[in-house]
Design a protein around this ligand. Sequence first.
Ligand code: SF4
Ligand code: SF4
Length: 220
Amino acid sequence: MHKVEAVSVTVNGQAGYDIRVHDWEASVQDYIDTLNRFILDNRCYRSRRPELGACLGCDLCCRERIPVTVIDAFNLPDGSPEQAIVKSLHVYVEGQVVDITMRLDESGGCIYLDRTKGICKIYGQRPLVCQTFICCPATPKAKLLREEIVNTGEDELVRRWFKTGREQGHPIIHEALSPHPDKADYPKTAFAGVQSYKKVILKDICSAGLRRKFEKERGN
Ligand code: SF4
Ligand code: SF4
């Protein structure tokens, strides 16, 4: 049995998914592999393009906010998170909040979207969010797990943005609204110093509250 499992469930009358974590020593890569397998199996309803029944031929989710983790930033073709911020990413600061996402082009699509073919030009290097999103219904705890992984990984990228930006003397900001970011809001996480999702362990990044939700459903 895999340490993390995606199972088909009906949510609001549609074929959706739930996640079971059998072992919290599972890595984020285990979680990504599980969702990739589930998505490729085509077992769930595509709420945004139900007529297609699969993702091929659709690029809608490449045209929205795609948050990026520090590991995604290492994986992008730019060579380093710092170069990725210069070439592929978008830093938006509103008040104290820093949000680092994939850069969109003038048409509102990700810069790595092949608009003619409707496919990803960096498929093997695409961010975690791209690998784990499916527009089908999911249980609240499946959504929360994904959210905690993405947010923790993005926070680590922000922490790095503070550190290297200060060293370079000019943290890059592409867009801002009353910016006053505070690095104290971004403490070190289990993503620090790691460049592979195989090295980030779920138990080290998931909150106690979330883990309790999973355990409660298992009846432990
Ligand atoms: S998951 Fe994305 S690509 Fe697939 S059908 Fe939904 S919106 Fe389209
Ligand atoms: S990286 Fe690829 S999959 Fe992700 S939003 Fe961009 S084009 Fe889409």
